[in-house]
Design a protein around this ligand. Sequence first.
Ligand SMILES: Nc1ncnc2c1ncn2[C@@H]1O[C@H](COP(=O)(O)OP(=O)(O)OP(=O)(O)O)[C@@H](O)[C@H]1O
Length: 283
Amino acid sequence: MYDQAHRLKMLVRQKTTPGSRVLAITSGKGGVGKTSLAVNLSILLARRGRRVILFDADLGLANAEVLLGVTPACTLFDYLYRGRRIEELISAGPGGVKFISGGSGVEELARLDERGRARLLALLPYLQEQADFLLVDTGAGIAEGVLGFVAAAEEVLLVLTPEPTSLTDAYALLKVLHRRKIHPRTFLVVNRAGGAKEAEQTSLRLRAACRRFLGWEPTYLGFLPEDRGMVQAAKEQKPLVLHFPFSPAARQLEKIADELEGKRISGKGVERFFHRLARLFFG
Ligand SMILES: Nc1ncnc2c1ncn2[C@@H]1O[C@H](COP(=O)(O)OP(=O)(O)OP(=O)(O)O)[C@@H](O)[C@H]1O
């Protein structure tokens, strides 16, 4: 165990790409638009010249690859245990985005054997070299698999909708993180809002509850309006920002990408993400 941790430290010291950021995109409740945000944001960041890798760590359905319209040659599981190469693990998506399908490999992270750990660690230098942004599309809710990724990421985009159940579940997720003393930099994105006002009110409600009961609050980042283009684009397996770049939701996505780019952080995201994943998943 010590050897693994030591090797990891050495690896991360060898090379650190300045500016690498890891964002976990998560939600309290399922179906609120997490994957739609992850896919479209990836493309917008890539368009701005950022090297983006989108990692689908959602154990449920592999929605990100459907929305991106890519067919990965293999999943994280195949890479970890079936000897597939890094080049096979990383698929090329639209707009220059690179894509990693977690598949059942995500579940395996909690019980990796020596070989699996070594394979996971071997990914780190590649990601450090190749990614300015690693976007992790997590599952929804407070299952351990989800919390692990949220806890490991330096920044979190928490997606919610104005629906009361979504708000309650988002609060439940933040409460669990707070109890575990996990405080990543957390940004709120309100999806499927009737407009800016409704989105701000939704965010205010959640932030007020956090301030009052947790003594801490996330930052409001932006919103996406309810947009039929989103459903249409999904049906055609084309990301909204490529298919309907001037639609209302695509315009707001541009603003969210601007906001995110404006928020500079330490730039050790990938390195820290791996350190924390290693600690959380294998001690
Ligand atoms: N702003 C929007 N306007 C209209 N429809 C939307 C919007 N955002 C997402 N949708 C639709 O909502 C559905 C769920 O979106 P998505 O798959 O992104 O959610 P999710 O949170 O990733 O779901 P899961 O929890 O299953 O992973 C999709 O059909 C998507 O097209």
